[in-house]
Design a protein around this ligand. Structure first.
Ligand code: FAS
Ligand code: PHB
Length: 403
């Protein structure tokens, strides 16, 4: 067993772990990341595309924003197509100047991976059998197997950035965890293509055939989603079938402009709302998907991971600066306040925009639920105050500053 030491042991080299590691390193707080797969495998996951201002500011503070600022696209708003009628949610006008950045999760992860390697920071990729020990003592540690050797990583704190299927959440005793969950009766079939986006802003489509989203990664690369039943498999969807269905769900002018082409990635993501409380246990702290999941309808998944990082980063800096770890007990309460805002907004947007093919939804007949949700969306879209409620939450509630 090879024993090594660091201040902060991070499990997972996804966007959460890499962003936290980069921020801590800039403050001279030593950290090591233990990651199960290769860096290329992490980059192969096609996920989020919209960054809130808070996330963009953190990336700049971490010193890894050069390519994002050069290639990212600032979006002043987005459209909602309500049974074919287009409503613009003018974020900039409705929020007094706030916008969002369109820059793929893959790209931000790549930038942080490269910055971490350039800074000579340690990441143990392709590590197996990671396990977290003694988090309720002042000497927690992580064990893992890497490159033919067993390791023991001694540390001050362990941060679980290991996603929904990771080990860190399960390290909190089951009787000490409260898990909240809503699994949706449909998934999102995503397609990536090197074709020009159908619009220069995102279009969220509510249609009788189900939800669709037209997004992008650049001026030459598009990202599209279709709501599909849970029992569908990617192989059920040829590119041709995907494009035909997308045309039927996009508003007319957009459908007429749609440029189709071969998919370079196609995958189905299940949708769930999930929160684990608390988000800490002794010297273990959960960040991002390790603690919570949202349906991507509100573009909050990655952004909630960033606000967790912001809270824990500030608390860790304060704890080391003042040599007082007691401040860390505030993390879960601070992080969860913003998490539940994001959870509710994502659940609300999902209820309004999707077609629920359950016979009973929310304790009522599907037809009744459909009337309530269509009327809700109709009200919010046709009143400036309603569009302002959507815009204020889409750009992201402010991060809590920690004194
Ligand atoms: P991640 O899951 O990204 O990273 C966790 C890392 O931990 C992974 O690299 C994993 O390999 C590693 N790990 C796991 N177990 C480990 C172990 N035992 N030991 C060591 N390492 C371990 N969000 C949006 O805003 N918009 C979207 O469109 C969107 N689409 C999504 C599609 C899918 C299929 C999924 C799963 C999520 C999607 N999300 C989306 C949410 C997504 O962007 C997450 O919020 C984001 O990846 C969270 O980042 P992390 O918390 O770093 O977790
Ligand atoms: C994406 O571009 O992947 C994306 C954008 C907005 C969402 C979900 C996904 O709400």
């Amino acid at each position: 067993m090879k024993t090594i030491r660091t201040k902060v042991a991070i499990i997972g080299a996804g966007p959460s772990g890499l962003l936290l590691g980069q921020l801590l390193a800039k403050q001279g707080i030593d950290n090591i990341i233990v990651e199960r797969v290769t860096g290329d495998y992490v980059l192969g996951r096609i996920r989020a595309g919209i960054l809130e201002q808070g996330f963009v500011d953190l990336v700049r503070e971490a010193g890894v924003s050069e390519r994002m600022d050069r290639e990212g696209q600032v979006h002043d708003g987005f459209d909602i197509s309500y049974y074919g009628e287009l409503f613009n949610i003018n974020l900039k006008e409705l929020t007094g100047g706030k916008t969002v950045m369109c820059y793929g999760q893959t790209e931000i992860t790549r930038d942080m991976m490269e910055a971490r390697a350039e800074a000579g920071l340690t990441t143990y990729y392709e590590s197996s059998d990671a396990a977290i020990h003694d988090v309720t003592t002042d000497s927690p540690y992580v064990t893992f197997f890497n490159n033919g050797e067993n390791y023991r990583l001694d540390c001050d704190v362990v941060v679980g950035c290991d996603g929904f299927h990771g080990i860190s959440r399960k390290t909190i005793p089951a009787e000490k965890r409260t898990e909240h969950e809503r699994v949706y009766p449909f998934g999102w079939l995503g397609l990536l293509s090197d074709t020009p986006p159908v619009s220069d802003e995102l279009i969220y489509c509510k249609t009788k055939r189900g939800f669709a989203l037209a997004s992008m990664r650049s001026e030459t690369r598009s990202r599209y989603y279709l709501q599909v039943p849970l029992d569908h498999k990617v192989e059920d969807w040829s590119d041709e079938r995907f494009w035909d269905e997308l045309k039927k769900r996009l508003p007319e002018e957009a459908a007429a402009r749609l440029v189709t082409g071969p998919s370079i990635e196609k995958s189905i993501a299940p949708l769930r709302s999930f929160v684990c409380e608390p988000m800490q246990w002794g010297n273990l702290f959960l960040v991002g998907d390790a603690a919570h999941i949202v349906p991507p309808t509100g573009a909050k998944g990655l952004n909630l991971a960033a606000s967790d990082v912001a809270a824990l980063y500030q608390l860790l800096c304060k704890a080391y600066r003042e040599n007082d770890k007691s401040v860390l007990t505030r993390y879960s309460e601070i992080a969860l306040r913003r998490v539940w805002h994001g959870e509710r907004f994502s659940w609300w947007m999902s209820n309004m925009l999707h077609d629920f093919d359950e016979q009973e939804v929310g304790g009522m007949k599907k037809a009744t639920f459909d009337h309530f949700m269509s009327s809700e969306l109709d009200f919010f879209l046709n009143h400036r105050e309603g569009r302002q409620v959507i815009a204020t939450q889409y750009v992201g509630m402010p991060y809590e500053s920690i004194e």
